[in-house]
Design a protein around this ligand. Sequence first.
Ligand SMILES: [Zn+2]
Length: 434
Amino acid sequence: MSDILILNGRVVDPASGVDAARDVLLRDGRVAAVELPGALKGVAAAETIDAAGMVVAPGFVDVHVHLREPGQTYKETIASGTAAAAAGGFTTVVAMPNTVPVNDSVARLEWMLDAARESVVKLFAMPAATVGSMGGELTDFAALRKAGAVGFTDDGKPVLEDHVMRAALVVAARLGVPVSQHAEDTRLTGGCSMNAGPVAFRLGLRGMTVEAEARIVERDIRLLREIEKAEGLRPHLHVQHVSTARAISLIREARAQGLHVTCEVAPHHFTLTDEAIGDYDTHAKMNPPLRAEADRVAMIAGLMDGTVDCIATDHAPHAAHEKEQEFERAPNGITGLETALGLALRVLHKGQGMPLTRVMQLMSAAPAAIVSLEGRGALTVGSFADVVVFDAAAEWVYDVAKTRSKSRNSPFGGAGMLGRVMATVGEGRVVYRG
Ligand SMILES: [Zn+2]
């Protein structure tokens, strides 16, 4: 692994509070120096990246991606999905367990994390919370944790039974990891394919209500309170892809009471509403669904005031033939790794005036903290040499035909983006060049 110098850039590192002109030296896969401009003159490096006019930030961390391997490699592989991650500036991703078969055992987790899968960036995984993600028996949290699990989730499905979720939170708390919950009371959403509201009415589709999300968030928060009281533990609930104003306010309240609740918002939920479905466009179909404008505004408010901890893409590739079906039959999900930065800067930074350092925090330091990743999400000496270099002023149009992902199911093809990745360095290797 050779040395890399990144010169003349503006370092924005929320973890150390730096937002200033700095030169950076990467050596042996770690950050070796972050110095005033010119201070590294004379240092020999195999590679030099001229970052004049660019932002130099910690590589992004995505705690919610679907890489489809094993079992559905026609949609995505670990290699193709992580190549898309690198193109989007991500240097660390956390894979969800709803592969085929479900990642619910040490053998499967180890297979997924094996170098033979050829991940382009650092790969972590959250195995299933219950066997087969069936919502019944817990998986072996302790053994999975030892094998590298950074949390547990049945993403795609919620853990519905109170006693099962309670047990999951207790065991995970003892291991110091979160339980990530897909908050959807599926007893209320059977047969629903979008948000409930006027658009669903116009399209003649059954809609998911706000209550379906709120009820699970409410129940999980109640469980946290009960466990703290009864067991003296401090369980960590992470609410995935929050989409409703109601859920945001429940989470805000719980945090004010000191409970350990974190949450993520996906770029599509702060960018689009259910109007984007237009005339049954399946590229605007995902779960949780696109919501009403008041919900979108609430996502932004939560991102601005700190209620929302991080941005996560919920990158969910599907083959073209799967999305080219009638709306109700098409699978949920969109790709998201290559458009996250462009949307965050356009909507949050330019549109709402969110400081660049806060955007970077939402995409690096904060998600790294949720899953307790040592040495990631920061550009401090000794951290992993995970770096993204991007032009924060570049306006461009996303061409989904040029994606690194195997799938093209994005509603953002042809959409305007702000901020373009010029280089991504993962553990000291250049993994993407723009
Ligand atoms: Zn989900």
